[in-house]
Ligand binder design. Structure first.
Ligand code: MYA
Ligand code: JJ1
Length: 388
């Protein structure tokens, strides 16, 4: 059934429930001298290219490929529209490798027709911190689908990750592959219900009018928590401590240091927003919340072309109840003109989703590890990793 994935060092469906298999790497690293030195072969009309995301021109080509060919919902009504600034941020974290930003071009026209990326990360699985690649933005142009290009791209990025002496990876997908570490549910909180209904993102509930719906989703004009403010550079050490402590409760989570926190969580306009609670008395930083900006193109609507969505990222509560903290996050997202606030049922998110009027979406997100077996699938709440 999975001609490609059956050949890869990933958990296989036939092994589910086999408790004799140990947790950890599925196959050992090979000596670097044994890693294939030349790129894999592409069909003869195509060639590999390494995408320089510092180049405005290349970044625009990647942006356009994804804008027109990346992930859609199951009814093809919406398509992710990652901004250029977002792509630069997502692809250039501390210690990134340019060689992991891989494109495929048509030889004659030089048009970019496919893409896949990796960025380095330290990910903890129970007590083990493992160097991994986070794989994302796998995309094949719509006209070149089902030609088995994706397996070649996956093998090529695997080769380039191996050349850096890294042997594991983490990735997510909307499709079921062998075999998920966990499966998460998307939840959505309407901020601009009229627009969401007009574009078909949500529907008017039974026995509901537009006016009642708008009232249902009304939020306060400003955050309620005393000391709630935007995160700044000087907060990096305190936020790192807070986050490390919080994520230590999860089975799978990133092992963030201060450099990672500065990159991934310091606010970047229209890319990532982070807020914290600084105690007005002690000036201690006790709570933290963040979300990233990922608009979707609305396909074929007369009145609207873009859905502005915020995605819950990392949230930590030690003093402010998580419910109140996330309500403040909704308020600032509404103030910033987002139409919807999305979240997965990871970490402690289940404790606020229903009460804050999130509803379950029709999409799921499956999390995977490459060359690392976990004894059982995890509960979504045991997962402390959010991939972009
Ligand atoms: S997930 C986002 C993926 N992108 C999209 O959904 C955008 C829209 N779709 C497309 O662009 C294409 O449909 C893609 C497949 C490119 C997805 N992850 O070339 P094919 C398997 C992994 O004929 P196409 C993200 O970015 C499929 O099961 N495998 O198919 C994370 C089949 O294999 P098998 C996938 O439709 C990516 C084979 O590909 C996915 O033209 C993580 C068919 O190939 C998928 N999302 O192209 C990648 N979709 O026969 C893995 C299909 O066995 C990383 N397939 O079932 C692994 C770790 C690597 C690093 C390791 C380092 C140590
Ligand atoms: O956004 C998603 N679904 C929306 C729109 C559905 C449109 C028709 N298919 C949805 N809306 C209902 C909202 C409603 C608001 C009021 C309360 C009740 C709920 O359900 C879904 C997620 O649910 N998104 C997708 O399907 C996009 C793809 C998701 C897989 C992503 C793979 C990512 C790859 C990563 O690297």
């Amino acid at each position: 059934k999975h001609k490609f994935w059956e050949t890869q060092p990933v958990g296989q469906f036939k092994d589910i429930g086999d408790s004799s298999l140990p947790e950890g790497p599925i196959e050992p690293p090979t000596p670097l001298s044994e890693v294939k030195q030349e790129p894999y072969n592409l069909p003869s009309q195509y060639e590999w290219t390494t995408c320089d995301m510092d180049s405005e021109e290349t970044c625009t080509e990647v942006y356009n490929l994804l804008k027109n060919n990346y992930v859609e919902d199951d009814e093809n009504m919406f398509r992710f529209n990652y901004s250029k600034e977002f792509l630069r941020w997502a692809l250039r974290p501390p210690g990134y490798y340019r060689s992991w930003h891989i494109g495929v071009r048509a030889k004659t026209s030089k048009k970019l027709v496919a893409f896949i990326t990796g960025v380095p990360a330290r990910i903890r699985v129970r007590n083990e911190v493992v160097k991994m690649a986070e794989i994302n933005f796998l995309c094949v142009h719509k006209k070149l689908r089902s030609k088995r290009l994706a397996p070649v791209m996956i093998k090529e990025i695997t080769r380039r990750v191996h050349l850096e002496n890294i042997w594991q990876a983490a990735y997510t997908a909307g499709v079921v592959l062998p075999t998920p570490v966990t499966t998460c549910q998307y939840w959505h909180r309407s901020l601009n219900p009229k627009k969401l209904i007009d574009v078909g993102f949500s529907r008017l509930g039974a026995r509901m009018t537009m006016n009642r719906t708008i009232k249902l989703y009304k939020l306060a004009d400003s955050p309620a928590t005393p000391g709630f403010r935007k995160m700044e550079l000087c907060d990096v050490p305190a936020v790192t401590r807070l986050l490390r402590d919080y994520l230590s409760q999860c089975v799978v989570a990133p092992d963030f240091d201060e450099n990672d926190v500065e990159h991934w969580l310091l606010p970047t306009e229209d890319v990532v927003d982070s807020y914290l609670v600084e105690s007005p008395e002690t000036h201690e930083i006790t709570d933290f919340c963040s979300f990233y900006t990922l608009p979707s193109s609305i396909l074929g609507n007369q009145n609207y072309s873009t859905l502005k969505a915020a995605y819950s990222y990392y949230n930590v509560s030690t003093k402010t109840p998580l419910l109140q903290l996330m309500n403040d996050a909704l308020i600032v997202a509404k103030q910033k003109n987002f139409d919807v606030f999305n979240a997965l049922d990871v970490m402690y998110n289940e404790s606020f989703l229903k009460e804050l009027k999130f509803g379950p979406g029709d999409g799921q997100l499956h999390y995977y590890l490459y060359n690392y077996r976990t004894r059982n699938a995890l509960k979504a709440s045991e997962l402390g990793l959010v991939l972009l």
